[in-house]
Structure formats: C-alpha cells, structure tokens
Design a binder for this molecule. Structure first.
Ligand SMILES: Cc1cc2nc3c(=O)[nH]c(=O)nc-3n(C[C@H](O)[C@H](O)[C@H](O)COP(=O)(O)O)c2cc1C
Length: 367
C-alpha cells in the first residue's frame, strides 16, 4: 500500500479504500442505494444502465448523486438497433408461448421495440458527465471514447480475451475489465465465437495486462478477501464483484432469486443463450431447460430477451424461480456464509477486513 493508503493507481484515482468495484448488474440489482452504499464504503459502485431509457438513466444518476458525493460508474451495452424479420420473431414466440400459457399468459406478440436506443443512452451518459463510463457487448468507436473523455468520464471496456482488450486500447479506453468465464450473467464477447472466449479469470487477467498495458479490473468468481488478493496478485487494479452483491439488502432482485443464489453448489450454473439470445451464465432451472429444447427457435439478442421478458416479469411478481433468469456466477456458494440480507456497507467492511487479513497471511508465508 502506498503512502496515501491506496493500494493501486485505479483505487487512488477514484479514492477507493477497498479495491472493489461493485459490478453493474442489469435486471434490478444495482439500485442507486446499492451503488451509493458501495462508493460510500470506499469501493466503486456501478449502475447498470443498459435496460433503462435515457430519462431513467438520468433520474437514477440524480438519485445516486443525492446519496453520495463519491465517484461511481454507469454501464451500457453497445448494441446496434434490432430489426428482426417476422419469421425469426414468429419462431421464437412459438417456442415461448407454451411457457407463457403455463403462467396463464396469452400468446406473445411481436414488439415495436426490442431494446432502448443505445445511441440515445450514450448521449445521455455524455451529458450526465459521470465519473466512470463502462461498456460491454461491443466496442465503442474512438470518436465516442473521445467525447466521453471530453465530458470528464473515465472509460472502461469489457474484454473476454486478449484481442478484445487490444481493440479497447486502440479505441482509447482508460482501462479494461477482464471478464473471466466464471462470471455471472452475459458474456461480453464481441470478437469471435463465445465458445473460444471462455477464458478463466486466473488466465485472463495477467494476459490482458501484459498485452494491453492498460489497468485491468478482474471480474468473475471473486466472492471474498481471498479472491480480491488473488486478483491483485495477478496484476489487477481492483476486483469487480457481481454475484457477491446480488443478495445484499439494497439489491432489488426478487427474493426467490436471492434464495436460489444462496442455495446453489459450484456446478449449478451453466452458460446458455436460450433465455436472451446472448450467452449468459445462470442457475439451471425449468425456464432455461425448456427454452434450450427448441434451440433452433432462439432469436438473437436483444429480440429473445425482449420476447421472454413479460414471462419473466410475471414469474418475478409471483416469486416463481422456475421461470426467472437466475443469473449468477460460479462462485455463488461462497456467499452463503454471509448473513442473509446483509447490507452493502457491512459486506464492504467484511471485504476490507478479509483482504487485509489475507495479505498479512501471505506476507507471513514469504518471510
Ligand atoms: C445479475 C447480473 C447482471 C449483470 N449485468 C451486467 C450489466 O448490465 N453490464 C455488465 O457489464 N456486466 C453485467 N454483469 C456481469 C458483471 O459485470 C461481472 O462481469 C460479473 O458479475 C463478475 O462475476 P461474478 O458474478 O462472479 O462476480 C452482470 C452480472 C450479474 C450476476
């Protein structure tokens, strides 16, 4: 640790006492209360903006700013507008309708819009001048990175392998999140086949650092102080933790999802595109299994995501975990030792205590 008490340059830049970034998590987890609690506790909170309309991003950012004067981030999915052909939508609906019927829903219909307009979201982000802007699913053109820089934002790209990290470096990103295969929810892969991009966090972090020369943030499977120290040992400047925060009090996902995350084993998750049309890691359940049976009917993201949304929202209201997308990472069982409904500030205090204790233990080995 340097004299200022900061463990890495990234932590110093964002005044982080604990080298932990709370991962952006679309789907209800990253409320302004969670983001602000993590930043106030000496980490870096991150709002998931991808599913939100530009006005909603603005109101959530205002809510965060009312709760903290510390740095925080906002994350978006880099997406082209979706214009699916009728047959693709029809095929997907035919496979989803039997599941809708089981929940008492009428057959689904094609939608006017399948995702918020990414360009409009990006314009909102530039206007909001957020401290950190994060991106996944694709690569921003250098001109957009420059505009974010001009408005005062630090830019973080997501990479699942080295070529993606180099692409972000060449586009002007300030740092890159190394998303290992252990990570919960969607894979950020945007170059090559997803099967080739399931590189584990342990292998990915040092390779991305070596190849890009950029600061690397390590994501995937990090659940406690041991993982944070491991990430730092691999050269990462902070640990990005998603699943660990999913079950906190401030996370607004359905209770049944939290219960399942706390109840799983190391082999309970798998990566599938059946639910959203883009590969994502989640806990196996009937929704995933049933949609996988009609693999040829799955529409590409974001179409499949939008077409399964009403079904999942109904399941959420009914606390029916069988028809939810139960995104979670391979490290989920490691969170079970924490108190149920733990607050984010308390969790951050535990991480701080754990990573310092682990560092001391390692220093003792070395003597
Ligand atoms: C429920 C959930 C939703 C997620 N949504 C996003 C998102 O909106 N944007 C993003 O860049 N990453 C998203 N991620 C991935 C995280 O940023 C991160 O890579 C991952 O949580 C790290 O692995 P871990 O879950 O093992 O901690 C999500 C992860 C989870 C668990």
């Amino acid at each position: 640790m340097n004299e200022g008490g900061f463990v890495t340059p990234f932590a110093e830049r964002f005044r982080m006492r604990v080298p932990v970034v709370q991962a952006p998590m679309a789907g209800g987890a990253t409320t302004p209360a969670l983001v602000a609690a993590v930043s106030n506790a000496g980490g870096l909170g991150f709002l998931a903006g991808a599913a939100l309309a530009p006005e909603k991003i603005a109101s959530e950012v205002a809510a965060i700013r009312a709760l903290t004067d510390r740095p925080f981030g906002v994350n978006l999915f880099v997406l082209d507008p979706a214009s699916p052909d009728e047959a693709t939508v029809r095929r997907a609906l035919d496979a989803i309708d039997p599941l809708r019927a089981e929940l008492g829903l009428p057959p689904g219909q094609p939608l006017a819009r399948y995702a918020p307009d990414f360009r409009a979201q990006l314009e909102a982000l530039i206007e909001l001048r957020v401290p950190v802007a994060g991106f996944t699913f694709g690569l921003l053109p250098a001109a957009d990175v420059e505009r974010l820089h001009a408005s005062g934002s630090y830019v973080v790209g997501t990479a699942t392998h080295v070529a993606e990290g180099i692409a972000w470096r060449d586009a002007g990103a300030d740092s890159v999140t190394a998303q290992g295969a252990e990570a919960g929810a969607h894979r950020g892969t945007f170059i090559g086949a997803f099967e080739d991009a399931l590189v584990g966090t342990m292998a990915l972090v040092p390779q991305l650092g070596d190849a890009t020369g950029l600061p690397v943030l390590a994501a995937g499977g990090i659940m406690d102080g041991r993982g944070i120290v491991a990430a730092l040992a691999l050269g990462a400047q902070a640990a990005v933790m998603g699943t660990a925060f999913l079950t906190t009090r401030e996370s607004a996902i359905p209770e049944v999802w939290k219960t399942r995350v706390r109840g799983v084993s190391d082999t309970s998750t798998t990566v599938t595109r059946a639910i959203t049309g883009r590969h994502a890691r989640g806990i196996r359940n009937p929704l995933m299994q049933r949609l996988r049976e009609s693999a040829q009917s799955i529409a590409p993201y974001p179409v499949q995501n939008a077409l399964t949304q009403e079904l999942r929202q109904n399941a959420a209201r009914a606390q029916n975990g069988d028809y939810l997308s139960l995104w979670a990472g391979q490290g989920a069982p490691l969170g079970r030792t924490r108190a149920e409904g733990i607050g984010a500030a308390e969790l951050m205090a535990q991480f701080e205590q754990e990573w310092r204790a682990t560092s001391v233990r390692i220093a003792e080995f070395m003597r």
